[in-house]
Design a protein around this ligand. Structure first.
Ligand code: GLU
Length: 399
């Protein structure tokens, strides 16, 4: 199970706006297809390497199993970063990437989607090139598409909304709710933005959020259309700086710091990238006395920091593979709609999202209890995901 079924590495050659050629590297680690077609995102960022794609693919396998939907696990991407690139450059890169990549995917083989650096625009260019090369509107070969090209309604919001649905179950366990809840988070990308929107809708407040340049403290919370829309604009203009939010709304900005350790919140939600919280930050989190640490971004905590946080008696820790699983779940719902050649309504998709997240939480709680580990959401998610993959592998025989 620890050995990927297949690792693909390829050359991507493309031309920038000044007619200069660039050579990047593309990756796809097709980890495990025992439960269904390989499924998982593509990440475009300058720090991407095979090691990162491999651990994300391993993690994805258990996350996808945890959704109880028929999908295997994979991850891919490139060391190309779309930041600072023109639309034309991003399009040419995506087309060059797919020119090689198309031979490895398909609706019943492997269905990639977005991840860090790959949003609706990139998925559109990638899928467009796939369709041209194979000569068929094989919608199910990629998810995260725009609704006009076979995408699912609510897919962009799914990961953030799902994280809040999961949080709601955790709070319910302790007789609490989202109303009046204060949240500190990192990241305000697609996922972070979805959390802000849903928390606002349900009567809570995101009072702190961090970006690459520092963190914002908005005691009134990121609430209402004006602030939420401003974040979208700010991100589109420059994804590396969140300070413009402080300038616009007259709130505090603390340069070069993370908000882990602030005391006047109820929940921490790291929703940026991997290894965001190391031991140094974990100690601050433990000292703050804040009772909930809900991972959202893929593997945002270093191993030692996660073990340390789980030892803290006052702290409930929830793992990213469960909390952020709604994104890939709605990707699978997109594949299901594509296979039926229909579109579901927002209400239909949202109802399924809530049910999937409740099921993931319940299955994790049940698995940890079954193995005598008490209320342990991290171990529970690992066990529940592992069991499904292991059962399917064994049932299909050794090969
Ligand atoms: N990149 C997302 C994840 O980490 C979504 C993957 C997908 O939709 O296939 O789960």
């Amino acid at each position: 199970m620890v050995e990927p079924e297949r690792t693909i590495e390829f050359r991507v050659v493309w031309m920038d706006d000044n007619l200069q050629y660039h050579v990047n590297r593309g990756y796809r680690v097709q980890y495990n297809a025992a439960l269904g077609p390989y499924k998982g995102g593509l990440r475009f960022a300058s720090n991407v390497n095979l090691s990162i794609i491999k651990f994300l693919g391993f993690e994805q396998t258990f996350k996808d199993a945890l959704t109880c939907l028929p999908i295997g696990g994979a991850k891919g991407g490139s060391d190309f970063s779309p930041i600072g690139r023109s639309d034309g450059e991003v399009m040419r890169f995506c087309q060059a990437f797919m020119t090689e990549f198309h031979r490895h995917i398909g609706q019943d083989i492997d269905c990639p989607a977005g991840d860090v650096g790959v949003g609706g625009r990139e998925v559109g260019y990638l899928y467009g090139q796939y369709r041209r090369i194979v000569g068929a509107a094989e919608f199910g070969a990629m998810s995260g598409k725009a609704v006009c090209t076979g995408g699912s309604i609510l897919r962009p919001e799914a990961t953030g909304f799902g994280a809040v649905y999961y949080l709601r179950e955790v709070l319910k366990h302790d007789g609490k709710g989202i109303e009046g809840l204060r949240v500190a988070m990192s990241g305000y990308g697609n996922v972070g933005w979805g959390i802000m929107k849903k928390i606002d809708e349900l009567g809570g407040k995101v009072t702190y959020f961090a970006g690459p340049d520092g963190y914002i403290h908005d005691p009134d919370g990121v609430c209402g259309e004006e602030k939420l829309n401003f974040i979208l604009e700010m991100r589109a203009k420059d994804p590396m700086h969140c300070k413009p939010y402080a300038d616009k709304f007259g709130v505090d900005f603390v340069e070069g710091q993370k908000c882990w350790g602030v005391k006047d919140v109820d929940v921490y939600m790291p929703a940026a990238t991997q290894n965001d919280v190391n031991m140094e930050w974990a100690k601050k989190i433990a000292e703050s006395g804040v009772p909930y640490y809900i991972e959202v971004g893929n593997m945002p905590t270093t191993n030692d920091a996660l073990a340390f946080l789980m030892e803290q008696k006052h702290l409930t820790v929830a793992p990213s593979k469960a909390v952020n699983a709604c994104g890939v779940s709605v990707s699978e719902l997109e594949m299901a709609q594509n296979a039926q050649r229909i579109y579901w309504t927002a209400e239909e998709v949202d109802a399924k999202m809530e049910a999937i997240m409740k099921n993931i939480y319940d299955a994790s709680v049940e698995a940890a209890e079954r193995y005598g580990l008490g209320y342990n959401l991290v171990a529970g998610a690992n066990i529940a995901g592992f069991q499904k993959v292991a059962d399917a592998m064994m049932a299909q025989g050794i090969f």
